[in-house]
Design a protein around this ligand. Structure first.
Ligand SMILES: Nc1ncnc2c1ncn2[C@@H]1O[C@H](COP(=O)(O)OP(=O)(O)OP(=O)(O)O)[C@@H](O)[C@H]1O
Length: 268
């Protein structure tokens, strides 16, 4: 894939969503989405249940391809290449654009192999011990696990497991990390640790996070997109983007009344 970077207002754009419509069968889940994701920043997606946040996130690494009824119109440009062009390899897309899910999902393998497995499959030829240590350090987990690397990943606490999944995502050297409600199954202290980690990771990676927790979006993100659902005459509930701006503006001075209502908790 080519890697020419377009620059908008001094910020490099890594993912550009142009006029995207997403369908599941005949159902229009997301309508007319235009959105630029800036490099080395954290972008948060917020909005009520069913407005299409996860759907959009999964479009960014072609994870929706696995759903038979899924269909996308429009473009998602990764640098200058359309992710949905026929010559794009979705496996390569998923290596360069990694994902961390809502529930920590370590492989049923040792802590070490959770990191090494994906790297091996992706053809990593370097020193595996070094890669495992570097990835665990980057995920702020090394000190807690360095003496038990051969223990099962599932022996860790939920918060540690989620950091292990982040380490696993990092190990294949992606450029973007997508996070779908990464803290929703974690206690407040583990949540804080993951939030601190997100803050550190953006120096090297671009992060897009879906969160239901508005304080979290305000704490971790540089930009926030607010999505909503509109009900058509036929009763179909279509997701769309209401507003996208610097997080500070979305929370303190949004342009749209719907955004104001949502961020102030007056929604619905
Ligand atoms: N695999 C699927 N097949 C059919 N419809 C789907 C599928 N996945 C999601 N949808 C529908 O698409 C719409 C958007 O769902 P999505 O999960 O993207 O929303 P969301 O904003 O992430 O919601 P939540 O905050 O509840 O996770 C919803 O109406 C949902 O029912």
């Amino acid at each position: 894939m080519a890697t020419n970077i377009s620059t908008v207002n001094g910020t490099e754009t890594v993912l550009r969503t142009e006029n995207l419509n997403v369908y599941y069968g005949k159902f229009l889940a997301l309508q007319n989405i235009w959105l630029d994701i800036p490099k080395n920043q954290v972008t948060a997606f917020i909005g009520p249940s069913g407005c299409g946040k996860s759907t959009l996130l999964r479009c960014y690494n072609r994870l929706n391809d696995l759903i038979e009824s899924f269909r996308a119109e429009g473009k998602i440009l990764f640098y200058d290449k359309n992710l949905y062009a026929s010559d794009i390899d979705p496996v390569e897309v998923r290596r360069r654009i990694g994902m961390v899910f809502q529930r920590p999902n370590p492989f049923p393998k040792s802590i070490y192999d959770n990191i090494a497995f994906g790297a091996k499959i992706n053809g990593y030829k370097g020193n595996m011990d070094e890669l495992v240590e570097r990835s665990l350090r980057q995920a702020a987990l090394w000190d807690e696990v360095k003496d038990k690397l051969r223990q099962s990943g599932s022996s860790l606490s939920g918060g540690q497991q989620q950091r292990l999944c982040i380490a696993r995502a990092i190990a294949v050297q992606p450029e973007i990390i997508l996070m779908d409600e990464p803290c929703s199954a974690l206690d407040p202290i583990s949540t804080l640790r993951v939030e601190e980690l997100i803050h550190q990771l953006k120096e090297q990676y671009t992060i897009v996070i879906v969160t239901h927790n508005m304080q979290q979006a305000a704490r971790v993100s540089d930009k926030t997109a607010f999505f909503n659902v509109k009900t058509t005459e036929s009763g179909s509930r279509n997701g769309y983007m209401v507003e996208y701006d610097a997080t500070e503006l979305i929370f303190n001075n949004p342009q749209q009344q719907d955004t104001r209502d949502y961020v102030s908790g007056r929604f619905g």
